[in-house]
Ligand binder design. Sequence first.
Ligand SMILES: NC(=O)c1ccc[n+]([C@@H]2O[C@H](COP(=O)([O-])OP(=O)(O)OC[C@H]3O[C@@H](n4cnc5c(N)ncnc54)[C@H](OP(=O)(O)O)[C@@H]3O)[C@@H](O)[C@H]2O)c1
Length: 246
Amino acid sequence: MKNTYVITGGTRGIGRAITIDFLSKGHTVYAIYARNLDEAQKLIDISQQYSGKLICVRGDLTIPEVMIQTTNQILDTVEAIHGIVHCAASGVHRLVDELKTKHLRWTYEVNVFSFHELLMRLLPKVSQNAKIIGLTSAGSSRYLQQYAAVGSSKGALDALFRHYAVELAHRKIGVNLVCPGMIETEAVKNFPNSEQRVSAAISLTPTGRLTTVEEVAELISFLVCVNHNQFTGQTFYIDGGKGLLA
Ligand SMILES: NC(=O)c1ccc[n+]([C@@H]2O[C@H](COP(=O)([O-])OP(=O)(O)OC[C@H]3O[C@@H](n4cnc5c(N)ncnc54)[C@H](OP(=O)(O)O)[C@@H]3O)[C@@H](O)[C@H]2O)c1
């Protein structure tokens, strides 16, 4: 069956790999991004080789008027939404004694609040058996240096998703989180001490390597195509076993 999916942050990094995977299976994808037109254009160019249809929507979801425009554009053109994947994320990387409330607010705006607003606005067109997937990270439940803002926002997202899972179950919507280990996307390259973090992550990963964006896309592709919502409220780890270590 050909489905319609909305992917926040669908033009770069992990979101881009998910977009390509869905397009290659013939699905329609609304890929939302904030600013980076070049990456969106490159994706539009390569999308021609796939049977699916790509609509890149430029919309910074933290701006209320843009949220309305973006969601109206989707609602006006789709009959039904079969899944939403929340990849968009941003955040301020600081030690706690340098972290201001405005940094936390900004991080939560992108990572948590904007998704809740998006979901509530799109919900009328979200179909039975649709899947809502959030991208979380190990820092949602454990310590990572300079990760207080993003980690705590992911913790909030995790809790919010548990509540979505229970309260949307009667609509037959499945709600789950995917937690990848470190992946060398632009976001990670922009981390303070990125190179040291990458080598430390590899040395602590039982499989001896980092996860790839394609592997995350493959997992999400499986999660969205299941024709029931019997697994819901779960977090699926894809980290080469790193999270198992004490
Ligand atoms: N990479 C990792 O190691 C890793 C590990 C665990 C979890 N994750 C999670 O996986 C997800 C994807 O990570 P990534 O590394 O692929 O990220 P990324 O490469 O930084 O891509 C982020 C995407 O989000 C979009 N975005 C950011 N702010 C937005 C806003 N206000 N409105 C709309 N779109 C916005 C960006 O748009 P522009 O292109 O316009 O900026 C971009 O498409 C995130 O939730 C991240 O926390 C990543």
